[in-house]
Design a protein around this ligand. Structure first.
Ligand code: ADP
Length: 199
């Protein structure tokens, strides 16, 4: 990039010579920089710096971040599990939300820490209440697909004031849970962006 910035337009052959490499060794790198829009190439003229701004590169990068690249494994429980067992499960699995599935293994509910706290302060026997009595249930569940963008998910988490979304596959009879995406995953995506751009 420095060579092209300081000397462009410059041919691939000349860049290779300066780096003590062969033209063919350098070809994939030049192709990537050109495709990403950092360099422009004109036949018989050579490469020159396109002046693409870092902010443009970052926004391109954000728009390409997909759920499938950052999602976690979902932790799923059955509707008949007791609230007591589900709380133990949440601790053991070290997660902040559980997804509930029906007999056909399709998504029927979501359980968060607050759902458990609310039930626990109610003087009820947690061993006698099944989770389907206290969960947030379909069709009120906000979910996403693995091809959705991280930005879409971040918008849903903020607008609905929730911490996580089930990642689902849409089936004829309902939604199959295939992943989990949380504020932690969004933070990881944010850090990977900083890493990619040496921030
Ligand atoms: P916490 O209880 O730790 O604050 P949330 O903010 O995620 O966690 O949950 C708040 C409420 O929203 C709970 O009642 C929970 O059942 C519900 N909830 C959580 N995730 C979803 C979701 N993806 N779709 C619909 N409701 C949800």
């Amino acid at each position: 990039m420095d060579i092209v910035k300081g000397n462009g337009p410059i041919t691939g052959e000349q860049i290779a010579e300066r780096l003590h490499l062969t033209r063919s060794t350098l070809r994939p790198d030049l192709a990537i920089l050109t495709m990403a829009g950092f360099l422009d190439a004109r036949p018989r003229v050579g490469y020159f710096y396109s002046g693409k701004k870092t902010s443009q590169a970052i926004s391109d990068n954000i728009a390409q971040m997909l759920v499938k690249d950052f999602q976690s494994i979902p932790v799923v429980v059955e509707e008949s599990m007791t609230v007591y067992d589900a709380i133990c499960h949440m601790f053991l699995e070290d997660v902040g939300s559980l997804f509930v599935v029906d007999k056909k293994s399709l998504l029927s509910g979501v359980l968060s820490r607050k759902d458990f706290l609310r039930t626990s302060i109610g003087n009820q026997d947690l061993n006698k209440i099944p989770v389907h009595m206290i969960m947030t249930r379909m069709p009120n569940i906000t979910y996403c697909l693995k091809e959705d963008t991280i930005i879409d998910v971040a918008n849903k988490l903020m607008s609905r004031q929730i911490d996580s979304l089930p990642v689902v596959k849409e089936r004829k009879d309902g939604l199959e849970v295939v992943g989990r995406i949380t504020k932690t995953n969004i933070t990881r995506a944010f850090l990977s962006l900083a890493d990619d751009h040496d921030l």
